[in-house]
Design a protein around this ligand. Structure first.
Ligand SMILES: [Zn+2]
Length: 147
């Protein structure tokens, strides 16, 4: 760390909604298109179980993701995306259905779902599961395949 990053967080500014901080860059604090953004995960849309970040909302970020922190039994129904989705499991045990395969993943493992492949997941428990669900697109697009 070069120290600049450490300074940036306390100096972060807040917009009218109090949600997004703009870090200081080279001593300047006015908003610029290329400034890094500091966003509180708790302020992203969604619920405590699943927060959604979409790259298009912050300019040119080329990805989107869900931050998932879910109780046992939680997970979405079968769906597809026109881009790859990558799950980085940080805590818990999660069963992924990817096409015809069932993959059980735990903390420290990554599951890659190719574009267009139907998939879903469920937290096997007994505790919560935490994972980052990265969508290789700045806009999320999902087709739901079951009720
Ligand atoms: Zn998905």
């Amino acid at each position: 760390m070069d120290g600049r990053g450490q300074e940036a967080m306390p100096a972060a500014d807040r917009n009218a909604a109090g949600r997004v901080g703009r870090a200081r860059v080279d001593g300047r604090d006015e908003a610029r298109a290329m400034d890094p953004l500091l966003i509180q995960i708790a302020d992203l849309p969604g619920s405590e179980r699943s927060r959604r970040f979409e790259g298009h909302a912050v300019g040119d970020a080329g990805i989107s993701f869900f931050v998932t922190d879910a109780p046992a039994g939680h997970g979405p129904s079968l769906h597809t995306h026109p881009y790859a989705e990558v799950f980085a499991v940080e805590e818990g045990h999660v069963a992924f259905t990817v096409g015809d395969a069932t993959i059980e993943a735990e903390a420290g493992q990554v599951v890659v779902v190719p574009a267009g492949i139907p998939h879903k997941f469920v937290n096997l428990g007994p505790g919560r599961s935490r994972h980052l669900d990265i969508h290789a697109s700045c806009t999320m697009q999902s087709e739901w395949l079951e009720e």
